[in-house]
Design a protein around this ligand. Structure first.
Ligand code: GLN
Length: 349
């Protein structure tokens, strides 16, 4: 009500009228605008299409990841975006239906499953602080006795995978992760790209070092090869922006799949995962992402980013060119524009 009041004022006869500035905008965009608080919101579809059209023309798109040879084959020209809102409206633009390697975005799903399995005990093995270091760094592990800083750096995600392995074979755990992705995406066509998984395995020397280091400190309880095998495969899950945006809904809407009344996790757990995405989801670029976009997000070196506008929307973008922190250049810019245009930053207007 306060928002509506701010948009209106009473005329000489005491009747409510739109403020003159809003009336002007309303007249120019009769079906494109919505009111929200003091703001006239543009139509989401117009914003998304405009972002993909304008940013799609940019030359400076960063560099495609090449340390995983299979990822180096992906064209930097791809750019897609999908946004799904609380009422189920799905807005897509560009390459929103082209599958890509979700890489570290999968760490959000494994974290969700591990918390479901062991609850807060997970935090005995993995911390909850930003690392301020690259995603594959080993430097903090020595000082901190093999306990990774957070579940989103590689060491943390390998430790989370190890928790999922307790009492299970790697194949069962992979099945569980894939089933979860298909369930939250409401799409059984989500797959693991075996070529990417193999490519990562053959070049995963740093991840192998991280896993061995944690094993030496007894942070990993299962065979190193099992933890790494499952980790490489869940990073190789392939999804489209449309599927990924659908999969993020439980985080955007307090643990539930809106419209279906299905509760995936508790609202408290969703809030906490979002907090970790905000503080750690972009590695040593997390501060800058929060500064520019102001929304919880998780990036992957495949160039995808899953972002949550709590209560408003679940968003996925994909553009394979990365900045030096391993985060999509166009993807981050697109999200900055989207959050600004829709007034979705969690930090306010
Ligand atoms: N699979 C990648 C790796 O282990 C994930 C890194 C990422 O997406 N930031 O290096």
């Amino acid at each position: 009500m306060a928002g509506l009041r701010a948009c209106t004022r009473r005329d000489g006869r005491g009747k409510k009228q739109l403020r003159p500035s809003l009336r002007r905008i309303w007249a120019q965009h009769p079906v494109k605008a919505k009111k929200c608080g003091d703001h006239v919101l543009p139509k989401l579809e117009t914003v998304v299409k405009d972002i993909v059209e304008r940013l799609g023309a940019r030359e400076d798109r960063g560099t495609v990841a090449s340390y995983i040879p299979e990822l180096a084959k992906v064209s930097p020209a791809h750019f897609g975006m999908a946004v799904v809102t609380a009422d189920g409206e799905m807005v897509v633009a560009g390459d929103a239906d082209v599958p890509f390697s979700i890489q570290s975005v999968s760490k959000v799903f494994t974290l969700t499953l591990a918390l479901g399995k062991v609850g807060d005990q997970l935090w005995n093995k993995v911390g909850r602080e930003p690392s301020g270091n690259p995603f594959n760094s080993i430097v903090q592990l020595e000082n901190e006795k093999g306990k990774p800083r957070n579940p989103f750096i590689n060491a943390g995600a390998i430790a989370v995978t190890d928790v999922l392995l307790a009492g299970h074979q790697p194949r069962e755990v992979l099945g569980e992760i894939l089933r979860f992705c298909r369930f939250v995406a409401e799409d059984d066509s989500v797959i693991i790209d075996e070529h990417v998984a193999r490519s990562e395995k053959t070049t995963g020397f740093l991840n192998t070092a991280l896993a061995n280091y944690m094993k030496a400190f007894k942070v990993l309880e299962n065979p190193v090869e099992h933890a790494l095998g499952v980790y490489f495969h869940h990073c190789a899950i392939s999804m489209t922006c449309r599927q990924l945006a659908m999969a993020g809904r439980y985080l955007a809407f307090s643990g539930k799949l809106p419209g279906r009344g299905v509760s995936v996790i508790s609202a408290e757990r969703a809030r906490r995962i979002n907090a970790l995405m905000l503080t750690c989801g972009h590695y040593d670029g997390s501060g800058d992402f929060a500064f520019r976009v102001g929304l919880p997000g998780k990036s992957g070196v495949g160039g995808g980013i899953l972002v949550v506008a709590p209560g408003k929307a679940s968003i996925a973008v994909w553009s394979p060119g990365l900045n030096p922190h391993g985060n999509s250049v166009l993807g981050s810019l697109a999200l900055e524009h989207l959050a600004k245009s829709m007034h979705w930053s969690v930090f306010g207007d």
